[in-house]
Design a binder for this molecule. Structure first.
Ligand code: ZN
Length: 138
C-alpha cells in the first residue's frame, strides 16, 4: 500500500489494472489537488470511500480509470485523474451543499455532478477553477 496523505492510499484512488501495469508511478496520473480536496472534505464527512478493492470491497472504478475500463464515458474526468466518486455517511446533497457553502476551502473543485443523479455517491472534479463551481447533469 502506498500512502498519499494522512487518510488516503494510492490504491483507493486508482483502478487495479493501472497499478498492475505501472505501480506507484500511477500517483503521477492523479491531479495533485485531488487528495488535498479529499482531506479537506473528510473534515466534514468523516471517513470517505473511493475505491475499496484493496480491502476486498467492490469499488474499483471510483477514482482514476484506465483506457480499458468498461464503465463511464470515454472522455470522463475519471480517465484523466481529476475525478472521484465519494461515498460517505453524509447524503450527496449535504456533501454538495457543504462544498458550495465553503467554496473558498475548495478552490480546486471545478465541477460536481448534480446529486439528484447520484443517489449514493458524489462525483467531484478538480482542476483550475475560474468562477463558480459548475453543477452538471449527466
Ligand atoms: Zn464519477
Amino acid at each position: 500500500m502506498y500512502k498519499l496523505s494522512e487518510n488516503f492510499y494510492l490504491e483507493e484512488l486508482v483502478e487495479p489494472d493501472i497499478l498492475k501495469k505501472v505501480g506507484v508511478r500511477a500517483r503521477d496520473f492523479l491531479h495533485p489537488t485531488l487528495v488535498v480536496m479529499l482531506e479537506e472534505l473528510r473534515k466534514f464527512t468523516g471517513p470517505i470511500t473511493i475505491n475499496d478493492w484493496v480491502f476486498n470491497g467492490s469499488f474499483q472504478y471510483s477514482g482514476l480509470r484506465g483506457p480499458k475500463c468498461p464503465i463511464g464515458a470515454l472522455y470522463s474526468s475519471h480517465r484523466f485523474g481529476t475525478a472521484v466518486d465519494v461515498k460517505c455517511k453524509k447524503q450527496p446533497e449535504e456533501v454538495v451543499g457543504y462544498i458550495l457553502d465553503n467554496a473558498d476551502l475548495f478552490q480546486m473543485v471545478t465541477r460536481i455532478e448534480n446529486p439528484s443523479h447520484t443517489p449514493t455517491w458524489t462525483h467531484i472534479e478538480v482542476g483550475v477553477r475560474e468562477g463558480d463551481i459548475y453543477i452538471f447533469n449527466p
